[in-house]
Design a protein around this ligand. Structure first.
Ligand code: FUL
Ligand code: CA
Length: 631
């Protein structure tokens, strides 16, 4: 049996696409060396394309925009939705200009209000005065994306706090209909986002009760829904859906994924399956929806750049949220931050000192040029360097630059069509006549890894040493980059409407409490916290003061014991007789434990207040990292 015969019998499924992208002939007559066999699970063509999208926008815009909430209860009047100047085109132009490859719009959030004229429920945009009930937000975004040439995706919350049938079989028909409409009427949808949040209580057609769905995978029957999606739009990437889909949550709403980062689940088992990660976060710290005064909490370009390193730079994709405001436009402060991030990213990627450089390796598969070292510096993501099958440890790839260069970021990419392989690596530079380690912490690579070095390195020789790999490594790119200088955000930013500015916190130096550890809730340190045995924290303000709201910062240590997701706030003049001022929900604090602001809409005078956690995410009691009163 000759080698070519073996090759022909084992045509890997990805080969035709590979050849198409590389322009290589599948079986060049002079080359008899087989490419390495795929290792473990391999991505579908759709997953490969999706990973190459790298980053795109999330747009939260709906009924919550007009109520200032993060999770609507489901009883909101459709009339509330009334943007004065909805402008999807300008927003999409901004994304495009920033280099984003698409956007995903919250077509329906947990409140159940559908932002397109759906036939599945009357709780939709046709009941809003906006465009006399003839508006369609989904259509607006989809058309703008088509025009600008970026991709459009839809977030459709499975949890529906409006629908009377939610939690029962009847709702599944409604939900299915919504999926069908979105996938049928708006052109290609590159990604469908099935949020994992299922909070329990809601309006539910006026019953105002708690509905638990038990096992979400069973209730929604995600397997069936994914089949349905594939049957309508086979190229659509499915996010979540209990891992019946293609992509999963990155694990935080801060925009980072853990490292090492594997694009497969059930690693090294027969059930291994390729599922990539998507890191999600907001461009400011105010939440997912637009909130008055949010301008003050926008993240700095440096912080956003770090998000990029910690997501895209670990092999995941990044979805970055820019909410629309009540007029139906992006917030100017968010846009300025996005532009600054975009310019830093562009600078980082604009110069690769290794591009086109000479390369050599400890070994080349079959001594065949098809797998040569210089494939890693040719700027082509499909060609790769690869050693022999048996070589899974201690092999290296070296770059020789035409002249010395100074770099502090190293980018590596694997040929992911052959599976994710590398488990650990280090980087070395030839400095002062010897090889010195410049990065010893490399683990996974995947689609790409951006290794930021402790300090800039100046040299003309750099080495990648693969210390462990699941199968012989296949390195498609090896780049040397320079972290850009921070970009100043446009200082002439609009400061927001003064009447809508966030109320300022009051001094807390006179506060006391008899409760053990209570003072940790006002020591100004976000990392310390009060953890109550019971669920109340009584605070003596030291004097009578007047205030109009309060803020609550949940514990920041990732522990959910006593993390308060429902509260009651009461005041007293003598510490004995209490009056309730307000009560409610702190939404989404499990995934996104940011500062919660509650305003009363009036002034309250008191000498004492008590904060009562009426429900905790886990465990008993209540807790608070910080409490503040607002002027
Ligand atoms: C979360 C939701 O509960 C938030 O409201 C937001 O939509 C975020 C993207 O996902 O799970
Ligand atoms: Ca290459």
């Amino acid at each position: 049996m000759n080698i070519r015969h073996i090759t022909l019998r084992r045509i890997p499924r990805w080969l035709p696409a590979f050849c198409f992208f590389t322009g290589l002939m599948p079986f060049p007559s002079s080359v008899a060396v087989e490419p390495p066999a795929p290792c473990g699970a391999v991505p579908t063509e759709q997953q490969v394309k999706w990973l190459r999208m790298e980053w795109y926008a999330f747009v939260h815009f709906g009924i919550n925009t007009f109520t200032g909430r993060e999770w609507g209860y489901g009883d909101e009047e459709p009339a509330l939705f009334n943007p004065s100047d909805f402008d999807p085109e300008s927003a999409v132009k901004i994304f495009k200009k920033a280099g984003m490859t698409g956007m995903i719009y919250t077509a329906k959030h947990h409140d159940g209000f559908c932002l397109w004229p759906t036939k599945s429920t009357t709780h939709n945009v046709t009941k809003s005065p906006w465009m006399k009930g003839k508006g369609d937000v989904v259509k607006g975004f989809a058309a703008a994306c088509k025009k600008e040439g970026i991709k459009f995706g839809a977030y459709l919350s499975p949890w529906d706090r409006n629908n009377a049938a939610y939690g029962r079989p009847g709702y599944l028909k409604v939900y299915e209909k919504q999926i069908r409409e979105l996938l049928t009427n708006y052109g290609p949808i590159f990604e469908m986002w099935f949020d994992g949040a299922n909070g329990g209580d809601g309006y539910y057609g006026g019953t105002r009760e708690k509905r638990n769905i038990g096992n979400a995978d069973e209730y929604y029957n995600f397997e069936r829904l994914v089949k349905l999606i594939r049957s309508i739009q086979p190229d659509c990437i499915v996010w979540g859906a209990a891992q019946h889909g293609d992509v999963k949550w990155g694990g935080s709403e801060k925009g980072f994924v853990k490292y090492p980062c594997w694009n497969v689940i059930n690693l090294d088992t027969p059930d291994e399956k390729w599922i990539s990660l998507e890191a999600d976060t907001t461009i400011n710290k105010a939440g997912w929806f637009w909130h008055p005064g949010q301008q003050s909490s926008v993240k700095s370009p440096e912080q956003l750049m770090q998000v990029y390193y910690d997501s895209v730079g670990r092999g995941a994709n990044l979805i970055l949220n820019l909410a629309m405001d009540r007029s139906g436009k992006l917030d100017a402060a968010d846009v300025a931050a996005l532009n600054a991030l975009a310019s830093m990213r562009r600078k980082l990627l604009s110069q690769d000192f290794a591009l086109g450089a000479e390369a050599s390796a400890s070994e080349v598969r079959g001594n065949d040029d098809a797998f040569r070292a210089a494939n890693a510096t040719d700027g082509n993501i499909e060609t790769y360097w690869c050693p022999e099958n048996k070589t899974t440890k201690d092999c290296w790839l070296e770059i020789k630059l035409p002249k010395e260069a100074t770099f502090d970021v190293v980018r590596l990419r694997e040929q992911i069509r052959l599976g994710q392989r590398v488990k650990s690596f280090r980087l070395e530079a030839f400095l002062g006549g010897t090889w010195q380690i410049i990065d010893k912490g490399g683990m996974t690579i995947g689609n790409q890894v951006l290794r930021k070095l402790e300090e800039p390195v100046t040299t003309d020789r750099v080495r990648l040493v693969i210390t462990d790999s699941r199968a012989c490594p296949c390195i498609s790119e090896f780049s040397l980059l320079r972290h850009p200088d921070p970009v100043a955000v446009d200082e002439a930013l609009p400061q927001g409407d003064a009447s809508e500015e966030i109320a300022t916190p009051l001094p807390r130096d006179k506060w006391t409490s008899k409760m053990p550890g209570g003072a940790k809730a006002w020591d100004g340190d976000d990392s310390s916290f009060w953890q109550g045995k019971g669920n109340k924290l009584i605070v003596n303000l030291g004097e009578e003061i007047s205030f109009s709201g309060f803020t609550y910062l949940p514990k920041q240590n990732g522990n959910f014991n006593g993390m308060t997701d429902r509260y009651r706030f009461e005041v007293s003049s003598d510490g004995k007789k209490w009056e309730e001022i307000t009560s409610g929900e702190f939404p989404n604090i499990r995934a996104n434990p940011i500062l919660q602001t509650v305003t009363f809409g009036r002034k309250v005078k008191a000498r004492f207040f008590r904060f009562i956690g009426t429900s905790a995410l886990e465990g008993k009691g209540a807790s608070a990292a910080e409490l503040n009163l607002l002027k």
